[in-house]
Design a protein around this ligand. Structure first.
Ligand code: PEP
Length: 250
């Protein structure tokens, strides 16, 4: 049984006071839910404070990125070990904004995935096709490559600490959501790819989140699609009024 996993990616939004206020409100409203997993991913500089604000609750705190290096002369980078040190428990890697705005390759993302797992962090590994790639009919080819390369060298036992997020780039921040059918098709395909890389039994345990303009009014239909086990939420995660109904979808 895969427990639904709803994660909010705050990106480079909110300030210190609003981050803290949102975390505290979430703690009060859904901080003790155990029937679904909830996470927030604030900007790096607020992580320490948000970890402390949510300590003792069930809400997990994730980072939005980490370095592919352990330590050393890497100006501006934050290591997975540092994230672990301040109490962060997971990290989002391979987000389309990292891939397409900052040119992160599959190989770089894979090194980050492995660093994060070694440091003891869980990983949300994002995959997703561009609109042009969907139009060319190469969605499966693209997400299969991103998934396979992203997981290179990840042993079967460590896969238990990896969540996949399918985020079609054309649906991120655009208000254009993949239909439940479109999401279900790709999620089912991705589970098949996982089964090929590992085993059917292991693939069946991995959660696959959908991301891309998830809102309170579409979460239930998306969650009802086959192999959709949660959501990675951007814009709607910035306000309690929109994130809470997503967490509490029926
Ligand atoms: C995201 O960035 O992961 C995302 C899904 O954003 P939005 O919900 O705003 O489309």
């Amino acid at each position: 049984m895969r427990k639904p996993f709803l994660a909010g990616n705050w990106k480079m939004n909110l300030d210190r006071a609003r981050s803290l206020a949102l975390a505290k409100s979430l703690r009060e409203k859904c901080g003790s839910r155990t029937d679904r997993e909830v996470a927030v991913c604030p900007p790096f500089v607020y992580l320490d404070e948000i970890v402390r604000a949510l300590a003792g609750s069930k809400i997990r705190v994730g980072a939005q990125n980490c370095s592919d290096e352990v330590e050393g002369a890497f100006t501006g980078e934050i290591s997975a070990r540092m994230l672990k040190d301040v109490g962060v428990s997971l990290v989002v890697l391979g987000h389309s904004e990292r891939r397409h705005l900052y040119g992160e390759s599959d190989a770089l993302i894979n090194r980050k995935v492995r660093q994060a797992l070694v440091a003891g962090l869980d990983v949300i590994l994002c995959v997703g096709e561009l609109l042009a790639e969907r139009d060319q009919g190469v969605t499966e080819h693209v997400v299969s490559r991103q998934l396979t390369k992203g997981l290179e060298g990840v042993d079967e036992p460590d896969l238990a600490r990896v969540t996949i997020a399918y985020e079609p780039v054309w649906a991120i921040g655009t208000g254009r959501t993949a239909s439940p059918e479109q999401a279900g098709e790709v999620h089912t395909y991705l589970r098949g790819v996982l089964a090929g890389l590992y085993t059917d039994a292991t693939a069946a345990t991995v959660r696959i989140q959908y991301g891309g303009s998830v809102k309170p009014d579409n979460i239930s239909s998306l969650m009802a699609a086959p192999n959709v086990d949660g959501a990675l939420v951007g814009g709607a995660a910035l306000k309690l009024e929109s994130f809470l109904p997503i967490v509490e979808y029926k």
